[in-house]
Design a protein around this ligand. Structure first.
Ligand code: AMP
Ligand code: MG
Length: 317
């Protein structure tokens, strides 16, 4: 008999929902919850026992031995930094933290502090070997917030598959991975949020199987001050939340870690450079919404996407 379980968990700073259909679904759920908690324990920015915390605390002082999973995610992060010319950079940690704090009080940080923070960004300052990580400068810090959820989604899907689950999904605060089809044999439906609407206001939806759908947007965490939107995706070259003209970029792929890193990078890069980067990458599809109400849909996902919002000016790329 197939079990059909649904679970909500607060972990990795977000609400994680899972639906698993199959034999032993409850046991599989327990295993994936354990894995998610383990990843949080290793990669949290705040937990004083995490690898990330220890790396940051010892920046400029000493190298830190880390778990293989942490090492893997950091190595991959470096690849994505090179690929995106630093648009994606986990050493933006100091700046991300600064803006996180300022979002709480809805105040723009002092420009001098931002200038100092910028000096502590640079993925080339990460020294990594198979078992340890060292940040070259005192005060430097890494933040895996733009990639760890993708990594976690891939791990969860691996657990589902290993246990013979054929139909499931995991949603880590908008970072979605769907496995197989729904029970009625139709594809899973995933809504794409209107960046200027409520959570329930979707501009359209995707229908896919065995795919991850990851969105980076300026509406997920932000505050508005004097008419300017300050959000959580930082251009480490300026030190400020990026105003690239993109309000939301969705990456559809088989690899959630890649989709997570690339969507964050594309947000920072803006439409033109995003289209260039898209042409360099294999096995991904994208949907980009810009602040002037244009939507760019890659042709390789066109047939899986239903656009509901008719006010958007559509380009197929
Ligand atoms: P995402 O929602 O995946 O686009 O990731 C955004 C989160 O990643 C932020 O909350 C920060 O913790 C971190 N972050 C912000 N800007 C960057 C960046 N340029 N490169 C890497 N990580 C970033
Ligand atoms: Mg990301």
């Amino acid at each position: 008999m197939n079990e059909d379980v649904f679970d909500e968990l607060f972990c990795m700073g977000t609400v994680i929902t899972q639906r698993i259909i199959g034999k032993n679904a409850k046991v599989v759920l327990n295993e994936s919850v354990e894995e998610l908690k383990k990843i949080e324990k290793l990669m949290s920015y705040f937990d004083s026992e995490s690898d990330v915390y220890k790396i940051n605390k010892n920046a400029g002082i000493s190298k830190v031995n880390v778990n293989d999973e942490t090492s893997f995610v950091i190595q991959k992060s470096l690849e994505y930094s090179k690929l995106t010319n630093g648009a994606f950079d986990i050493t933006a940690g100091v700046l991300s933290n600064l803006w996180r704090e300022s979002t709480k009080i809805k105040e723009v940080p002092d420009s001098k502090i931002i200038k100092e923070g910028k000096k502590l960004v640079g993925y080339k300052d990460i020294v990594i070997d198979s078992s340890s990580v060292f940040l070259k400068k005192i005060g430097q810090s890494i933040d895996l917030g733009a990639i760890a959820k993708g990594y976690a989604a891939d791990k969860v899907i691996e657990i589902y598959k290993k246990n013979g689950i054929k139909s499931a999904f995991v949603n880590l605060g908008g970072n979605v991975y769907v496995l197989g089809k729904k029970q009625d044999d139709t594809p899973w439906k995933i809504g794409i949020q209107n960046p200027r609407g409520m959570t329930s206001d979707i501009i359209g939806y995707l229908q896919v199987n065995d795919k991850t759908v990851v969105t980076s947007g300026d509406y997920q965490r932000y505050f508005i001050k004097d008419g300017v939107r300050y959000h959580h995706i930082i251009n480490s070259k300026t030190g400020y939340p990026e105003d690239s003209g993109i309000t939301s970029v969705t990456v559809i792929s088989n690899n959630s870690m890649k989709a997570d890193a690339v969507s964050t990078a594309m947000f920072v890069l803006g439409v033109k450079k995003t289209l260039k980067l898209f042409n360099k990458l294999d096995n991904i599809a994208i949907i980009v919404i810009s602040s002037n109400d244009k939507i760019y849909i890659s042709k390789n996902i066109e047939n899986n996407f239903t656009l509901l919002n008719k006010n958007l000016d559509v380009s197929y790329i």
